[in-house]
Design a protein around this ligand. Sequence first.
Ligand SMILES: Cc1ncc(COP(=O)(O)O)c(C=O)c1O
Length: 396
Amino acid sequence: MIPYGRQSIDSGDIGAVVDVLRSAALTQGKKVEEFEEAVAGYCGARFAIAVSNGTAALHVAALACGLKQGDEGMTSPNTFLASANSIAYCGAKPVFADIEPDTFCIDPAQIEKKMTRAAKAVIPVHFAGHPCDMEAIWKSARERGLYVIEDAAHAIGSRWKDRDGAWRTVGSCTHSHMTVLSFHPVKTVTSGEGGMILTNDEALYKACRRLRSHGMTRDPEEFEGTAFSSQELLMPWYYEMTSLGFNYRLTDIQSALGISQMKRIGAFISRRREIWKRYNGELSGLPGVTLPVEKEWADPAWHLYVLRVEQRDRLFRYLRDRGVGCHAMYMPVHLQPWYRRTYGHQRGDFPVAEEYFSKCLVLPLFPAMTDEMSGQVISAVKGFYEDGELRCGNLE
Ligand SMILES: Cc1ncc(COP(=O)(O)O)c(C=O)c1O
């Protein structure tokens, strides 16, 4: 089975990990900072905080915004559970705004429509690697004093062009307070598990860094003072817990893999773009099939290749039977049992996301895919239409 996504590991990656295993520090060493610097430098952000996964990054970022019970955090229904769950972890209410019908990213007009006085943060998700309309989102968030956290789990390396013609890189946080990344193995760059928060705001950076490690700080500038004397405050053993944090740390082993992968990010992204373009070129004109679009103002580092297909479930089974590990994502988050039970959501609440999900089909896309593999995927898709209704009918 050709999977829909998988990591590309070379001997350099293996060597980097082995070096850490042979070193003194498996965690809390220098590799974590080095990874943070590599990613912050690549994306153009001032600060980076590496954490154990993208979900932890979202949780920490939401807490750093002060999201709490009584607040609302808004996100897309077309995302992985983590984007919405992170809001609920803080005790706040996840609220959804429907997506745009062509990019499948959150629709800025819907954000405006769904915004209430309780709204405190918006988490736009750069779905499949295509950037959201950050200029519009940032404008309305600023007008209402909302925090913006970009969920860029799919989109490291993506760029967009503002209306004034300036190109912006996802993660540079020009139009957000923070950007969150994931380094899960299906993502563009992996550290096994891993995540990162990027920001240009020093106060948010410090808050995230504390939350990553139990709410602890050893920085005298952050001390609030405790029952200890001023002499004791100067002792090397002294630290303070100033907020309720977690152990969301990334290890040096994982960071070494991440650093090594970052050296090949350019090649990973161009190969993804190449395969995406090949699919788009060869799959055009099939009946009932809509190809993904790349807006003229967008330069996506594609994470997913998503078709919309009238006979999705039939084609899905047909491809799986032929070794093509296609996927369908995302099941709209508001239709999950917990979300329905907790917030009373039902079918029809977000019609664009629901319609999108009923037709979406994700084809395999990862840098280690050979031309032969992408050719196999293309032939299998075309085969479905060439085989005609009779054989398709037999699949049900
Ligand atoms: C859009 C989105 N947000 C957040 C996450 C969570 O990242 P992680 O799996 O690293 O916790 C994912 C991971 O699949 C994702 O796709």
